[in-house]
Write a protein that binds this ligand. Structure first.
Ligand SMILES: [Zn+2]
Length: 441
């Protein structure tokens, strides 16, 4: 071995040593709350009644929080769905002489669901699905046909407005009590329209009025996240919706996050991004084995956030799963909670964004490590405590945590391959948090 080789060997040896022991005071924000390996959010769409009477009690029993995206228009006391614009009769008359084109499509598609003919809402939905798929010409044809049928009296009278919500007695009082149990509520609009085919006035009405009602009955904390119906990612809709809501389950455009929506078949393990939001819909053709494998996949990595999208429960709502199936599945998740952070969609979003925007500084001086956590996000929205991990000097066996105005807390000393450490939660902007090796009085 020549001199150069020996030198190289020494460097490699030193590098190996330094990577094993972390310097005392070295502090990081863990990727997930409490240093867990993955996150799961259990979300429900459409606010059908069995979600609250069957699924929610199961979740309460297991102390798992849910996120419910609700249709505010069907809850007594809220703004109901309606068409805002010229008289509908005038619009119907006009369709006899002016064919549907890209200039009148959105007005006509906004109005058709309110023409009081059974089946008319289907023309709205079909046209909207085509716009969502980028087929404007197809949507124009569908709306043209719908109005033709209305004018010819080919559609029977009466309509039902709400998407899979024929049976419902849920009140704001009920929802308020569920929210107090730790569940998140968010807007899924007033009436579940295809937002992409609405004109600006009606699109904004669906988004803003449902937000206002949620704020009025439940408070600001339930206006953080929302889900626009049918998982739309229409650019125009996303632009309006992001003006009103800080987070949408439809889309999360952060560059550090891989977004795998329900119809995306990419394996989340293939992404090298800091975070992967992996949405899965447990529809009725999905086996329990597959549903459980999603949880296992999360646990096989350290960057996956599984967002489950449930709809119907026990026969009410789209693609309904049974209460018994949900119970079995939630039990499977609960049994793995030591490694899984189960949290609302809003909380996981806040955690990820705060962590990405936060600075953590730590100084070790003798028997104290002083830590500060700060970020420049809006503190009225981003106030979720983050988990910090601080490596300890060798002789620290008892660790106390102190912050201004708070009582002292004892922290458990843990260890991993890099050394001994403590995990603790700090809200951004708390000020200096002091870790000390001596007992406080
Ligand atoms: Zn929906």
């Amino acid at each position: 071995m020549n001199c150069n080789q020996l030198w190289l060997l020494t460097v490699v040896f030193l590098m190996a040593c330094t990577s094993i022991e972390q310097a005392p005071g070295q502090t990081t924000i863990t990727r997930w709350q409490d240093g867990k390996k993955a996150a799961i959010s259990l979300t429900y769409d459409d606010g059908t009644i069995n979600q609250f009477t069957i699924a929610l009690p199961i979740m309460n029993q297991m102390e798992l929080p849910a996120t419910f995206y609700i249709l505010t228009g069907k809850i007594k006391g809220s703004a109901g769905g309606r068409f805002i614009g010229r008289p509908i009769e005038t619009i119907i008359e006009e369709t006899a002489t002016i064919t549907t084109d890209k200039n009148n499509l959105f007005e006509r598609a906004s109005a058709i669901g309110y023409t009081n003919f059974d089946g008319a809402i289907q023309y709205h939905s079909d046209a909207g699905a085509l716009v969502d798929a980028g087929d404007m010409e197809g949507a124009i044809k569908v709306i043209e046909e719908g109005y033709q049928k209305i004018r010819n009296g080919d559609l029977p009278k009466k309509d039902k407005i709400f998407h899979n919500n024929t049976t419902d007695t849920t009140t704001w009082e009920d929802i308020k009590s569920y929210a107090a149990q730790g569940h998140e509520f968010g807007s899924h609009t007033i009436t579940h329209p295809r937002l992409a085919v609405l004109d600006e006035t009606n699109l904004l009405f669906e988004l803003t009025k449902s937000k206002e009602d949620i704020k009025r009955f439940l408070g600001d904390e339930h206006t953080f996240s929302a889900e626009c119906p049918y998982g739309t990612e229409n650019e125009r809709v996303m632009e309006y919706a992001y003006e009103l809501y800080p987070a949408l389950r439809n889309r999360m455009p952060e560059p550090y996050l891989e977004e795998l929506n329900r119809w995306n078949t990419m394996n989340p393990g293939e992404s090298t991004k800091e975070y992967v939001q992996w949405q899965r819909g447990p529809l009725t053709n999905i086996t329990m084995k597959t549903m459980k494998s999603w949880v296992d996949t999360c646990l096989a990595h350290d960057n996956v956030w599984l967002v489950l999208v449930f709809h119907g429960v026990d026969g009410i709502g789209w693609e309904a799963r049974t209460g018994a199936e949900l119970e079995e599945y939630f039990k499977y998740i609960k049994e793995r909670e030591e490694d899984l952070w189960v949290a609302t969609f809003a909380d996981v979003t806040k955690y990820i964004r705060e962590r990405q925007a936060s600075q953590v500084e730590a100084q070790w001086e003798g028997a104290e490590i002083n830590v500060t956590l700060t970020h420049d996000l809006d503190p009225s929205l981003y106030d979720l405590p983050l988990t910090l991990k601080t490596y300890l000097p060798d002789d620290w066996n008892v660790v106390q945590m102190n912050s201004a105005g708070e009582t002292s807390v004892s922290l458990e000393v843990l260890h991993d391959v890099n050394g001994r450490f403590v995990l603790y939660q700090v809200a951004p902007g708390t000020g200096v948090v002091r870790l000390s090796s001596r007992q406080e009085k």
